[in-house]
Unconditional design. Structure first.
Length: 176
């Protein structure tokens, strides 16, 4: 099974560079020029199944990557939210994901959201992919929409098989 090594964020500049949120301890090695990385993206997105690293650099604490297959900013924009996976044959070299905390929007949408005390909050209606962190989009029981940062402190439990997620928001967050 392939592991996610990065998630692509927004484009940077006009030459096809993108920001990436890394999920690896050694990005310099993972993103070496010439490395071919399998991808996982939404069906019908047109994202190539594999991307070849054309350039990689650290800029103000953020990794910027460019790919042979993506020549410009328009192409880079189409990559937003794409997961970059471990190259074929390297899966066994990695430690398993601690807690397996990588979910995709299609797995989360429709889950019922509860508070830690068991009270109903609403339903997960989406996943908002952000440059720094993702946010769960919730349709609250009253019909309003709320956004909850998708971090362990606020979303301590995700049970895809059980069809539920536990939300532990600070006071006022769901009223914003």
């Amino acid at each position: 099974m392939s592991h996610v090594v990065a998630r692509i964020g927004k484009p940077h500049g006009v030459r096809g560079e993108v920001t990436v949120q890394t999920h690896t301890d050694d990005p310099a090695l993972r993103f070496a020029v010439g490395t071919v990385l399998p991808t996982r993206a939404a069906g019908g997105s047109g994202v190539p199944r594999r991307l070849t690293v054309r350039s990689s650099r650290l800029h103000n604490g953020t990794w910027l990557l460019a790919f042979e297959e993506i020549p410009d900013r328009t192409g880079a924009e189409s990559l937003r939210g794409t997961r970059l996976l471990t190259p074929a044959g390297e899966e066994e070299l990695l430690e398993p994901d601690e807690g397996g905390d990588a979910w995709y929007a299609e797995q989360l949408v429709g889950l019922t959201a509860f508070r830690p005390d068991g009270s109903l909050v609403g339903t997960v209606s989406g996943l908002d992919i952000g440059p720094g962190q993702d946010r769960l989009v919730l349709t609250l029981t009253g019909g309003r929409t709320a956004y909850v940062p998708f971090v362990a402190a606020l979303v301590p439990e995700v049970d895809v098989a059980g069809g539920r997620v536990v939300i532990d928001p600070p006071p006022g967050l769901l009223e914003l």
